[in-house]
Design a protein around this ligand. Structure first.
Ligand code: HEC
Length: 142
């Protein structure tokens, strides 16, 4: 009996640890720097999005949406976010560039983990649940 309780306790402990590590060895300072260099000009320094982002441009294309709770970024699981950054936006006529040739695997994840600091704890938790089945790819596929 005591042994069962002990091993249960131990496995819970291990689950706890692996969860924490799955927010991988990410360098948020690097993520911030990369975000400000590559993303802020369109998405805003605080992730606030383009001015009147809900309006369309004259050519019908979307403006850069916010990465805060107000936008949709948190609706997407990690895998989708990763692919959008690597391969570019999906909207017709999008100006969202593909960063696959500029940012390496760890840098894409660092930028995305930095964006998550714009979210409230509720959005963070909701997006994390959605990402359990669709986590970041293991490599950038190159
Ligand atoms: C030249 C402007 C521009 C730059 C620079 C830019 N984006 Fe975007 N981004 C957009 C636009 C416009 C959209 C909306 C259209 C679309 O999704 O195709 C978008 C959409 C996105 C989305 C999807 C949001 C959603 O709700 O579906 C993510 C994630 C994203 N960008 C991340 C980034 C990251 C990370 C960077 C920097 C590495 C970046 N973007 C740089 C213009 C830009």
């Amino acid at each position: 009996m005591r042994r069962d309780a002990l091993s249960l306790g131990l496995s819970l402990l291990l689950v706890g640890c692996s969860r924490q590590q799955s927010g991988p060895g990410v360098d948020l300072a690097q993520g911030k720097q990369l975000y400000e260099q590559n993303c802020a000009s369109c998405h805003g320094v605080q992730g606030e999005g383009a001015v009147e982002w809900q309006e369309l441009n004259a050519d019908g294309s979307y403006r850069a949406p916010p990465h805060t709770d107000e936008g949709h970024t948190w609706h997407h699981p990690d895998e989708q976010l990763y692919l959008i950054v690597r391969d570019g936006g999906r909207a017709p006529g999008t100006t969202m560039p593909a960063f696959g040739s500029q940012l390496d695997h760890a840098e894409i994840i660092a930028v995305l983990e930095y964006i998550k600091t714009f979210w409230s704890p509720e959005m963070h938790a909701s997006q994390a649940r959605g990402s359990e089945a669709m986590p970041y790819p293991v490599t950038d596929g190159k």
